[in-house]
Design a binder for this molecule. Sequence first.
Ligand SMILES: NC(=O)C1=CN([C@@H]2O[C@H](COP(=O)(O)OP(=O)(O)OC[C@H]3O[C@@H](n4cnc5c(N)ncnc54)[C@H](O)[C@@H]3O)[C@@H](O)[C@H]2O)C=CC1
Ligand SMILES: O=C1[C@@H](O)[C@H](O)[C@@H](O)[C@H](O)[C@H]1O
Length: 323
Amino acid sequence: MGADHVRRLARSVAGARVVAVADPDRARGEAAAAGIEGVRVHADALAALAEHGVGAVLVASPDHAHEEALLAALARGLPVLCEKPLAADARAALRVVEAEARGGRRLIQVGFMRRYDTEYRGLKALLDSGSIGRPLMLHCRHRNVSSPPHFTSAMLISSSVSHEIDAARWLLGDEVTAVTVLRPRPSAAAPAGLQDPQLVLFETAGGALVDVEIFVNCGFGYEVTCEAVGERGSARIGDEPAMVVRTAGRALQDIAQDYVVRFADAYDREVREWVAGVREGRVAGPSAWDGYAAAAVAEAGVRALADGARVAVDLAERPALYR
Ligand SMILES: NC(=O)C1=CN([C@@H]2O[C@H](COP(=O)(O)OP(=O)(O)OC[C@H]3O[C@@H](n4cnc5c(N)ncnc54)[C@H](O)[C@@H]3O)[C@@H](O)[C@H]2O)C=CC1
Ligand SMILES: O=C1[C@@H](O)[C@H](O)[C@@H](O)[C@H](O)[C@H]1O
């Protein structure tokens, strides 16, 4: 993801210049920076932050490394676009929120890129218009071809479903208050011990229900769909992104194989809008509070997965900065 963003910042976003790249795996850092003039490659993220000319930071390290980079960027007053999840767990995410709130201004945007996807934006506008009535339910599917080797059963929720948590809060304008997780028999295609797929159910403060099928070793494609059911209609996105070819008695359609393809436009728009905002001295988009709220819901989900019970979400008080 980091290499994709470096390429995006260097090649397709106006108003940004990549001056430093950090990766403890030097070969990966060098590969990400290859062909970009004037970039210095570091093994240490904090050394990259201290590099002369750094005016903003994009964090795409593994989840557990986000907190340290975020706190260092906040200490330097640097705006940050941080890949989701904001931090590895809710407590770490809350520490980041508290540090930003102490500084008294928003510097962090979280990389929940679905808010920048044309279809998701269309669905949000439709729901806000009230034309299908009050939303009652969201039915979501989130399928990956395969999971990376380090993926755990908890990460299906904390990493993958974190997108649906944010999308549901944003689309419905409502907080998730409780989570239940059902466990179908694991797919034989999933690595041994991985609970994949899972069926995750959210209840919201306003009384809506959200169900999410998360299946990260489905083998056949990257699929993200969402159907909103309102009092007077329904709307569904994510089904038909590609051309349909009819030939020899068949209808054929490519299925994207990963998020880099499916959400390419959304990542571009996300980074473009972030850079434009930073140049004007403002940070918008999903906030550190949104990142914390998603982490708190995910934490309840991980407990629900372990206990097989419905778990209430424990949300801290929202600091004034995010009201
Ligand atoms: N918005 C989205 O759709 C997606 C977001 N992500 C998020 O992006 C982040 C990175 O994920 P991937 O690229 O899939 O992981 P990855 O494992 O492919 O790459 C992570 C890179 O970070 C490096 N790294 C490790 N510790 C570091 C540190 N302290 N500072 C700087 N670099 C460090 C590693 O050497 C590796 O090159 C994760 O937080 C993940 O959740 C990942 C995929 C899609
Ligand atoms: O954020 C992402 C990954 O980290 C996660 O592992 C995938 O399941 C998601 O589809 C992708 O968007």
